[in-house]
Design a protein around this ligand. Sequence first.
Ligand SMILES: NC(=O)c1ccc[n+]([C@@H]2O[C@H](COP(=O)([O-])OP(=O)(O)OC[C@H]3O[C@@H](n4cnc5c(N)ncnc54)[C@H](OP(=O)(O)O)[C@@H]3O)[C@@H](O)[C@H]2O)c1
Length: 343
Amino acid sequence: MLATQIVMSRRPSGPLTKEHFRTETVVVPPPPTDHVLLRNVLVSVAPAARAVMQGPTYRPQLQPGEPVPSSVLGQVVAGPPGGPAIGSIVGAAAAWQEYSTVPADEIWPVERVGRLSHHLGPLGRNGLTAFFGVRDVGQVHEGQTVLVSGAAGGVGHLAGQLARAAGARTVGITGSAEKGEFLQRRLGYAAALDRRSPTFADDLRAACPGGVSVYFDTVGGPLLGQVLPALTQHGRIVCCGVTAQYDSDQPPPGPPELAVTLIAKSLRMQGFLVADFRPRWSEAQRILHGLEQSGALTFIEDIRQGLDAAPAALIEMLDGGNIGQLAVRLTPDPAEWSAGTGS
Ligand SMILES: NC(=O)c1ccc[n+]([C@@H]2O[C@H](COP(=O)([O-])OP(=O)(O)OC[C@H]3O[C@@H](n4cnc5c(N)ncnc54)[C@H](OP(=O)(O)O)[C@@H]3O)[C@@H](O)[C@H]2O)c1
């Protein structure tokens, strides 16, 4: 069988362009006995793909000619006896491909709850990242001021809403006034800041007069240094991602006062991977779905059509062009999924 995939054509040395990608037609062999062959329905577009094009992360560095990694939701076409049912939908860490072959013990089940596309975003890794980042790592509670960077993005738009649901006052940082307006009008943020504003430091002080109790940071980079002075005594920094540092081959400029500020204010700065919370994913998905159904959470998706749309979507995302969860649809939801989902 022949299928399409998108590979990295050459390693970027600066901002990503379409020339860093190539679409290929490849032969899909039958899967090895302990693997599952998936026909992908939806694939994610995530900043982590850019990071791995540059160097190793929690994944090995991508090599030219290799398909661009992404989370996928795919329909099982073939698999080992005792494995997932043929025709069922599962999640996997795979790539921008029409068909992916993945180890059977690395797929995850997709519960028939909510819309299928939600399992790539708000009920998938990004939603779970927001959930555990706010509740477990940030330990957000009533009366706090929570500042979120990348606040209109896949993780950020949920982190801010979850913090608000926990009783916090939320302030979002985005890359444009339009996104900031969206945060306040649609997602309940108390205030929004434009990271590109020349008056950012003053804007931050005005938006957080009592200081920032928790900084939920999805972007890292120079913003972290600008936010540090605004943190309250015993504040927390939830280190979720460093998007600002991905689209370059240069080392990140570090905030010079980082260590001294951490000490002087007794700050807690903690990184985490959503995979750390794997045993609690189902429980969290049920809570997130319940919050959405009750109207306490709004899921925002931006789904592009066709595998060829993926490179441009990633480039646009790294330039701040997306609101909510960005993903690419390859095929309609299989009829097996829609039958009886109930929502
Ligand atoms: N820890 C984990 O387990 C885990 C799991 C999932 C995701 N993540 C991380 O979470 C982060 C967000 O992922 P996502 O999929 O939700 O992406 P996203 O926030 O939807 O998209 C990236 C956003 O980053 C902002 N941005 C881009 N360049 C920037 C720069 N130079 N400085 C500041 N902001 C910049 C842009 O928003 P504005 O222009 O509006 O600022 C852009 O929309 C990523 O770093 C990802 O790797 C971590």
